[in-house]
Design a protein around this ligand. Structure first.
Ligand code: GLU
Length: 486
């Protein structure tokens, strides 16, 4: 049977880097097996549902560059792929479980006897329901349902014995049934299924062969196994993926840094870098290789290479990957990728002039960029007039105020005479002049750099002056000289 896997997000938040890792492993596994990758929207939690999270799902994966074969937006033979559009199916199966004696109607109204009902039960379960309605006479219960009394349907957790499953990564996992949340709700009184019911029915009816999901779902798995057994369905193969932790050993969260993919995008991470880095979180490939294209990741992916131990998310390592991918881009590609960041910073417009400018600027900053959003910071001096640096920042250690003013005066003259289009010429002119004045070349260039760019660490000096333009550069030199004359 051909492999079918799914990513089943609940649209109750922005796409998180940890969930993207789950999706990516499913995708890589599917593609490595010539299988099918499916997305299913688990939108049964209506109180936390927001349409913008659905849009965020689509946008995130379109940006990341790997997409599903079947899903709500692209369709497919097992649709609909949105749980709120499948309510009749869940209701039908829930009643079937009651008929089989594996579930029962519950009419308890107050929270105390209902236990953790409704939304809380969806993901967590929790002890509390004292099985009040479990022993109602089934005929009597059916009569009450038919008479229109509100009810939920609960799963009968066996009172003894064990529930066992094989995890492809973690091996045999066994639960004593008495340790399982007593009788979780499967169908809520509003006719909506809980996570457990909808998840099992969909995995079965969408012919999912392998469930690869985060380890936080392990405690739900025995409930699901009990349902599969009650229906007489084959349980898909299970693989609970290693956790993703922050450096402090706690589950990766906002405290550690960016977690929403959106934030990484805004900061100027490249999707290729993010995908490559995330693919390594909890999975080992060839020794000594870090950089993998998506095709190489597919070719190398195997469940055998997954690690049992949790993966630690290292923001510094990710930054390194980003730098590598930035430098793999052509200048033209980078110019186009950076332009929106320049526009957002209000420095350029998305027009011909904007892209022309970026074509000239990219070679100057490419080597030092960590993220695309560094570009407006590195190039801001070209556009924005900054406060003229104070004397102490303009004067090199070996020179005094008067000498620095003289150096700037001479520099200006050289710029006007030679321009900056021929680097060899202007550099030689500066060397000759420095020798003539008896200064080191560096002591001539440092005040010039401070005066024109306002910082000691600008991109290469003459190229920077070319971007600023000779006229503006000269005005900035004059302003610096005035500061020195005070
Ligand atoms: N809707 C669940 C989630 O948000 C799916 C869990 C699963 O994959 O079974 O992660």
């Amino acid at each position: 049977m051909s492999v079918r896997v799914r990513y089943a997000p609940s649209p109750t938040g922005l796409q998180h880097i940890g969930s993207v890792r789950t999706a990516l492993f499913n995708y890589l596994f599917a593609k490595s097996q010539n299988g099918t990758f499916i997305v299913r929207l688990e939108d049964t939690d209506r109180t936390r549902f927001r349409e913008e999270y659905v849009q965020n799902l689509y946008d995130t994966f379109a940006w990341l560059g790997f997409y599903w074969d079947e899903g709500p937006d692209v369709g497919g033979p097992a649709g609909p792929y949105v749980q709120s559009e499948r309510l009749a199916l869940y209701q039908q199966y829930a009643h079937e479980l009651v008929k089989k004696g594996a579930a029962y109607y519950c009419f308890c109204k107050d929270k105390r006897t209902q236990g953790n009902d409704g939304e809380e039960t969806e993901n967590e379960g929790g002890f509390g329901y004292p099985r009040t309605c479990r022993n109602l006479d089934p005929e009597e219960a059916k009569r009450r349902v038919d008479a229109g009394e509100p009810y939920v349907i609960r799963l009968k957790i066996p009172l003894e014995g064990t529930t066992v499953f094989e995890d492809l990564l973690l091996g045999t996992i066994e639960w004593k049934n008495v340790d399982i949340n007593p009788d979780p709700v499967l169908l809520k009184s509003d006719g909506f299924p809980t996570y457990h019911l909808a998840n099992v029915i969909d995995d079965h009816s969408m012919q999912i062969t392998h469930i690869m999901r985060a380890q936080e779902w392990i405690s739900s798995t025995p409930l699901h196994i009990i349902m599969y057994k009650a229906f007489g369905w084959e349980v898909p193969k299970l693989c609970h993926l290693p956790m993703v932790l922050g450096q402090d050993g706690h589950k990766l969260s906002k405290r550690h840094g960016a977690t929403a993919v959106n934030e990484f995008k805004k900061k100027g991470y490249l999707p290729e870098a993010l995908v490559n880095y995330v693919a390594l979180l909890g999975c080992s490939y060839k020794d000594g290789q870090d950089i993998y294209s998506l095709d190489e990741l597919i070719a190398n992916f195997s469940i055998k290479h997954l690690n049992k131990a949790p993966a630690v998310f290292d923001y510094v390592k990710l930054e390194w990957f980003n730098g590598q991918y930035i430098r793999m881009k052509s200048d033209e590609e980078l110019a186009r990728l950076i332009l929106p960041f320049m526009c957002d910073a209000g420095l350029l417009n998305d027009d011909n002039h904007g892209i022309e400018f970026m074509r000239k600027a990219v070679p100057l900053i490419k080597e030092r960029l960590k993220y695309l959003s560094d570009a407006p910071l590195m190039l801001g001096f070209v556009f924005k007039d900054f406060d003229v640096p104070p004397q102490e920042e303009l004067i090199p250690k070996k020179l005094d105020k008067t000498a620095t003013a003289r150096v700037l005066f001479e520099a200006k003259a050289l710029l006007i005479k030679h321009g900056v289009s021929d680097h060899a010429v202007i550099e030689q002119a500066f060397r000759t002049k420095a020798e003539e004045l008896g200064y080191k070349l560096g002591d001539m260039l440092m005040p010039l750099r401070m005066a024109v760019t306002g910082t000691k660490v600008s991109p290469p000096l003459f190229e920077s002056i070319a971007l600023v333009g000779i006229e503006k550069a000269c005005a900035r030199i004059d302003a610096a000289v005035q500061v020195l004359q005070k």
